[in-house]
Write a protein that binds this ligand. Structure first.
Ligand code: 13P
Length: 251
């Protein structure tokens, strides 16, 4: 059985004060742990303050990006050492917003994924097609290239620490959720690619989150699909009540 994982991607939102207020709200219901693994991914500037609030809770801390390099002259970048210093456990890599606005390619996502795994950070690797890809019937082709490219050279043992997030770009922040059947179809397809890449056992153990306008009202339906093992939540993670309700839908 795969333990469901619900992660909040706060994106470029929340000052330190706002972030602390949000995490205090989450702790009321989620601090003691649930059947669902809960992760919050604040912006870098709030990682330390949020991390301090999460001490002695079951909620885990994640970052939204990471450099592929160890240290040195890389202005504006954040390294694995800096993240681990703040007790970060997960790191979102290859989010479609990074791919789209900052031109991150599978090559770079793969470098970051390998670095994260080598340094014992768990990557949440994002893949997903654009609307034009779906309309042209290219969803599987695009998603397969991203999965294979982003996870190239990852070993079977390392695969145990990988989480994949399927986020159709047309569903992100648009209010248009993929139907649970549409999402399940792609999730099952991704698991098939993983079987081919790393074998039956690792593929069956690997968690694949859905992301894209997931909210309390559609979470139960999505999370009850056989290959949907959690959610990566944007907008609905910015409010404690709505995020808690999504986590509860996964229990
Ligand atoms: P929304 O939930 O706001 O659609 O964002 C999804 C997302 O991009 C999470 O990484």
């Amino acid at each position: 059985m795969r333990k469901k994982i619900i992660a909040g991607n706060w994106k470029m939102n929340k000052t330190v004060g706002d972030a602390v207020a949000l995490v205090e709200g989450l702790k009321m219901d989620l601090a003691q742990g649930t059947d669902v693994e809960v992760v919050v991914c604040p912006p870098f500037t709030a990682l330390q303050a949020v991390g301090e609030k999460l001490t002695n809770t079951q909620i885990k801390l994640g970052a939204q990006n990471m450099s592929s390099e160890d240290d040195g002259a890389y202005t504006g970048e954040i390294s694995h050492t800096m993240l681990k210093d703040l007790f970060v456990k997960y790191v979102i890599l290859g989010h479609s917003e990074r791919r789209q606005y900052y031109k991150e390619t599978d090559f770079w996502v793969n470098k970051k994924v390998k670095k994260a795994l080598e340094k014992n950070l768990r990557p949440i690797v994002c893949v997903g097609e654009k609307l034009e890809d779906r309309e042209a019937g290219n969803t599987e082709k695009v998603v397969e290239a991203q999965v294979r490219g982003s996870l190239a050279d990852v070993t079977a043992e390392q695969f145990e620490n990988v989480v994949i997030a399927y986020e159709p770009v047309w569903a992100i922040g648009t209010g248009k959720t993929a139907t649970s059947a549409q999402a399940q179809e792609v999730h099952a397809f991704i698991r098939g690619i993983l079987r081919d890449m790393t074998g039956e056992k690792a593929a069956n153990g690997l968690r694949i989150q859905y992301g894209g306008s997931m909210k309390a009202s559609n979470a139960k339906d999505l999370l009850s699909q056989p290959d949907i093992d959690g959610g990566l939540i944007g907008g609905a993670a910015l409010d404690a009540r709505s995020f808690i309700d999504i986590v509860k839908a996964g229990m």
